[in-house]
Design a protein around this ligand. Sequence first.
Ligand SMILES: Cc1ncc(COP(=O)(O)O)c(C=O)c1O
Length: 383
Amino acid sequence: MNDSIFHNQDLITPSYVYDQSIISKVLDCLEQLKTNTGLISLYSMKSACMFDVMACIKPGVSGFSCSSLFEVLLAKELLDEDQTIHIATPGYRNDEWDRLIGLCDFITLNSINQWKHFADKINKKASCGIRINPELSFVKDKRYDPCRPDSKLGVTLQQLAEANTRQKLDWKSVEGVHIHNNCESVDFNDLKISIEHVMSNLSQYRLELKWINLGGGYLFNNQSDLTPLEETVNQLVNNNNLIVYFEPGKAITGNAGHLVSSVIDLIEYKNKTLAVLDTTVNHMPEVFEYQYQPKVMNAVKQGGYNYHLVGCSCLSGDLFGDYFFDEPLEIGSRIVFENVGAYMQVKANMFNGINLPSTYLFDGNENYKLIKQHDYKSFRSRL
Ligand SMILES: Cc1ncc(COP(=O)(O)O)c(C=O)c1O
């Protein structure tokens, strides 16, 4: 990507800049999967939730997958009549249920208890699914692992077997299964193994399944090896006669998003130079939560000029880390964090009263459009 756009002085900083052309490439990949296998793609709204960004994604998917009533309400506003709304959450509440039923096309229940409590109430107004935890962990960091020990996410195969023998489960009410057991995996063999494991176990029950949702948790693009995914979907479509859904989030929005910031101060400290930015880890909360160092455009491995990039909040740990550049930084220099389009904007906060980044949509050539700008009213309205 040509970085000159980020140095345009008209561009307000800090800002998230979403590159529409990167989103389109992933959507093309999903379209190809649909042609090859029949896989139906949804967009997992939790990864990035902005009107114009979702408007770019909408034509390339068959619907949105949501995690809460508010996401469902937003999906309803944005989607066309023939697109579908799916929800899966451990957090169904009695006081939201009636509204959800009227809005969702697919509702995935997360536990045996939810199954007993809500399945009857769905009563064909939506298609009811159950989330299965295959207890196959591929993620090292437990905080991201849907199959961590004692996971709250989904029914294990053992819980299902126990409930089946001890309680009278109404299998007829369940039309689908949902499996999401990975995070940032680049290997669709994980998915293949998981689905084969679950499907062979479920074959002992008299299920009349219509669909399966493969969840998200995979990073891919047109360079990825999609063979194990295609093989899995072909198997599910041809041998199990299922409609297969896939609901990626970060694969669509992650690489498309940049955070552009400006240096607002330079502080010499012993033999280090700190570059204070007009952004903060609170605009990229996963940097702090998971203590990882985000990639910075034009930073080099060694040599040149060394800076400790720091955020502008009062938190002493508001730090991005050490970076090297070929050219010295000055007040006003632009620092561009790459691949931060997912799980950042949706988690950003106004700690210290620091304004949230603006958002731009970039068309991949030279054109960018300001789609969101916050001000004091945004800060005040949440107090
Ligand atoms: C049930 C479910 N589906 C889809 C996703 C999207 O995952 P990703 O953004 O990693 O593709 C998540 C993420 O947590 C999820 O919990």
